[in-house]
Design a protein around this ligand. Structure first.
Ligand SMILES: Cc1ncc(COP(=O)(O)O)c(C=O)c1O
Length: 325
């Protein structure tokens, strides 16, 4: 996809051209007593308030280019809300009907925002033993089954973020190179809380290609660290958007993983609150997880390093939860 082309007076032709090029901010208050820097990419400043706008644009534009999406065809995807919001924006602007299939376990703001953007939202009940706000791998399997059924019924294009290379490509082409450029190529470490693995895969590929010594760490919820080969003891963690206990993420390239980190719910929540209070950065649970892991790296094996993290989405998406008591 060509780079956005603003008109001469700086007016963008659509909101799709406002996706990406998010600021990179040094968390100087949180790192005050630490040896090293954390550079945080404010992905919540995308039009849909998450990094997933990037992959939504890439998934649709790649599918248009390779012919797998026909003009006017319905688009469908399962989502924890953020990819759905991105797809609702992209499909709305480009004129494709969009169906978002989401677990009732995700926060209600997300479903309401997708509906406001013109999406049809199909909510799927959680397993009887699951808790609202805690979407497990089992819950996600129910959402997957519903997405497959509706896709077959409607003859829809499945914008499958777990399988299509466009997901990682969006981060390989843009997010990773933006971080390298904005930091003056100064990053040593990248750590990322994994859902589909697209962000990790794309950014890590860009970083390793630039300098193979940049260390890339996968972050998982404590008790659901299946990528690290740990037993699953807490499938119902609270870090929304990832940690689905799926050991077979096809986008993730293990040769790019230098190590695995685990973050507890408490650590993710309290760091998200610190980001808001100390840095004026209003972001979600997984942002807290990413920064908590980065702090741990600076305290232990990566002293003195510059660590890059993504802040995947906005704290506004969690106003109905106890993240903000
Ligand atoms: C809030 C949030 N954080 C993290 C992730 C994980 O990102 P990825 O799917 O690129 O691994 C997602 C994915 O949906 C998300 O919505």
């Amino acid at each position: 996809m060509p780079a956005p082309t603003p008109t001469a007076n700086g007016v963008l032709p659509s909101v799709l051209d406002a996706i990406g090029d998010t600021p990179l901010v040094s968390l100087e208050r949180i790192t005050r007593s630490l040896d090293g820097r954390i550079l945080a990419k404010l992905e919540y400043l995308n039009p849909g308030f998450s990094k997933k706008d990037r992959i939504a644009r890439q998934l649709i534009e790649d599918a248009e280019a390779n012919g797998s999406l026909r003009p006017g065809q319905t688009v469908i995807e399962l989502t924890s809300g953020n990819t759905g919001t991105g797809l609702a924006i992209v499909c709305g602007v480009k004129g494709y009907p969009f169906v978002a299939v989401m677990s009732r376990g995700n926060s209600v703001e997300r479903a309401r925002m997708m509906a406001a953007l013109g999406a049809e939202v199909a909510l799927v009940d959680q397993l009887p033993e699951s808790t609202p706000g805690q979407v497990s791998g089992g819950d996600l399997e129910l959402v997957e089954a519903a997405a497959q059924r509706i896709a077959a019924e409607r003859g829809a294009f499945r914008a499958d973020q777990f399988r299509l290379a466009s997901n990682a490509r969006a981060h390989y082409l843009y997010t990773g190179p933006e971080i390298l450029r904005q930091s003056g190529q100064s990053i040593d470490v990248f750590c990322d809380f994994v859902g589909s693995g697209g962000s990790f895969a794309g950014c890590a590929a860009a970083f390793k290609e630039h300098r193979p010594s940049i260390k890339c760490f996968v972050i998982e919820p404590a008790g659901a660290a299946v990528l690290a080969g740990e037993p699953l003891t807490r499938p119902d963690h609270r870090i929304q958007g990832g940690g689905y206990s799926k050991p077979d993420l096809v986008l993730l390239r293990r040769e790019h993983v230098d190590g695995y980190l685990q973050v507890t719910d408490d650590a993710a929540l309290s760091m998200a609150r610190r980001l808001a209070r100390e840095e004026g950065i209003f972001a979600g649970f997984s942002s807290g997880a990413n920064v908590a892991a980065a702090v741990r790296l600076l305290e232990t094996t990566c002293r003195g390093a510059t660590v890059a993290v993504l802040l995947p989405d906005s704290g506004l998406k969690y106003l109905s939860t106890d993240l903000w008591p």
